[in-house]
Design a protein. Structure first.
Length: 462
């Protein structure tokens, strides 16, 4: 018999005794009967209190036993693929290196859990509590982290390419060298350490970056419009200089070591305030930092392009089909277009993170739904190009704001710490008409199928 059933029966009996006792206690009865009613009321109250206390004690003991049993069961298994652990209490569990791919962990309590090197690809962690959890070197590719609590968590070198983390809370977390999700809309990074993190092409619209450390972070093509920052936010070198001058003045704050001239009155007020702040928690001293909103910033992690991209641009420009021509300057690379821009070729180079591979580069740049509505992605294909450099191609299509569908093919390869992406695209209805032109560009790069033993799944991120 369950504890909750016993509680229901016990409360029912207590209510019955209290009802009878109250009835007997009414003034219309004789003193002896009223005394009996008082005795019943007193006994029912005391017994109910004792029963509730015992129930709570037994309930906690049962929870501890179930938790211990679950912990022992999980410790004996390394593969927990697809495990249903939603809403379970896994706080402080030792899950290092466990394979939890596709696991159901929505709303799970994972406070302080050891998930170092855990495989959580495709896992559902929506609204999970991962505060203070250790996710160092963990793999969370394509995981659902929407609404998850990751405050003060350690995600150093964690791989989250393709994951979703809308409204997730990363406040105070450590994300050094982490490869972060592309969908980070309205996520909180207050006071987080994102130094050298990979945020390329990430959508950070509405994110809170106040007090965050983004030094040396990779931000090429990241959508930062509408995100919040303040004077404590540390951006990559040169980033603030790209902002409008009034915004720089307002939000350079103490972190920049500069300040506008102040009057004598302001100085006195500042000294008085410093005395008050010295008696408070240090975090409160930064609460008055001006909050600013980032505009649309076209940022490249390197202000110059690689010589190789320039050489490839010249090669492709020389081999371009008739009537194609170089388009307007592109801060991310170059663009060659057919008349009226009905078909285009773009080339881009991206600085890679430390130890980044072709597979992780391809995964981090997979088209996402928030950027490419109704996107349909085909499996990546292994290829070789130029002097035998391994690469990948990926075909996909998506719906434009005008309602039509655009088809595209991405070509990826990696060289000397740089990733290169070449994209050909056109409206789906005319894509086939321009395929000979696209093939001409790929022929110029000597793109051929890879007939070696290289596995596309491993090298192309699939």
């Amino acid at each position: 018999m369950s504890l909750w059933l016993l509680l229901t029966i016990g409360i029912g009996l207590s209510v019955a005794l209290v009802t009878v006792g109250f009835f007997l206690w009414l003034p219309r009865h004789s003193p002896s009967v009223r005394d009996l009613g008082i005795a019943l009321l007193t006994g029912a109250t005391v017994s109910t209190a004792v029963f509730v206390v015992e129930f709570l004690f037994d309930s906690r003991r049962q929870d501890r036993e179930e938790r211990s049993t679950l912990q022992l069961e999980l410790s004996r298994q390394n593969s927990l693929i697809g495990a249903d652990l939603a809403d379970r209490d896994l706080a402080h569990f030792f899950l290092q290196g466990k394979v939890l791919e596709g696991a159901h962990l929505a709303r799970a309590k994972l406070i302080g859990a050891n998930l170092r090197e855990a495989k959580l690809g495709g896992a559902d962690l929506a609204s999970a509590d991962l505060a203070d959890a250790d996710l160092t070197d963990a793999h969370l590719e394509y995981a659902n982290l929407n609404g998850a609590d990751l405050r003060e968590a350690n995600l150093e070198r964690a791989q989250l390419g393709g994951a979703q983390a809308r409204h997730a809370d990363f406040s105070g977390s450590r994300l050094v060298f982490a490869s972060l999700p592309s969908d980070l809309r309205n996520a909180a990074f207050t006071g987080a350490n994102l130094s050298a993190a990979d945020l390329r092409r990430a959508n950070l619209r509405g994110a809170d970056l106040r007090g965050a450390n983004l030094e040396d972070a990779l931000l090429s093509r990241a959508v930062l419009e509408g995100s919040l920052f303040d004077g404590r936010t540390k951006f990559p070198a040169g980033f603030r200089e790209e902002l409008p001058k009034p915004l720089q003045e307002r939000c350079r704050g103490k972190a920049d070591g500069r300040g506008a001239p102040r009057s004598t009155t302001a100085i006195v007020r500042g000294l008085a305030a410093s005395v008050v702040y010295s008696l408070k928690d240090e975090k409160k001293t930064s609460a008055d930092a001006a909050t600013c909103v980032l505009p649309n910033v076209a940022w490249r992690d390197s202000r110059t392009h690689t010589p190789e991209l320039s050489e490839l641009k010249e090669l492709l420009d020389e081999k371009r089909p008739e009537r194609w021509s170089p388009a307007e300057p592109d801060p991310y690379g170059f663009k060659i277009a057919a008349p009226r821009n009905v078909a285009t070729l773009t080339g881009e180079d991206l600085a890679l993170g430390s130890n980044e591979t072709l597979a992780s580069f391809v995964t981090s740049t997979v088209p996402q739904e928030q950027d490419f509505p109704q996107v349909r992605i085909r499996r990546a294909r292994a290829i070789k190009l130029l002097d035998g450099t391994p690469g990948c191609t990926r075909r996909y299509s998506y719906r434009t704001s005008g309602g039509s569908r655009t088809a595209a093919t991405d070509l990826y390869f990696v060289r000397a710490g740089w990733g290169f992406i070449f994209t050909v695209k056109a409206d789906s209805e005319v894509f086939a008409l321009y395929e000979p032109d696209f093939q001409r560009f790929f022929d110029a790069l000597h793109v051929v199928p890879d007939r070696s033993d290289r596995t596309p799944d491993e090298d192309c991120g699939d």
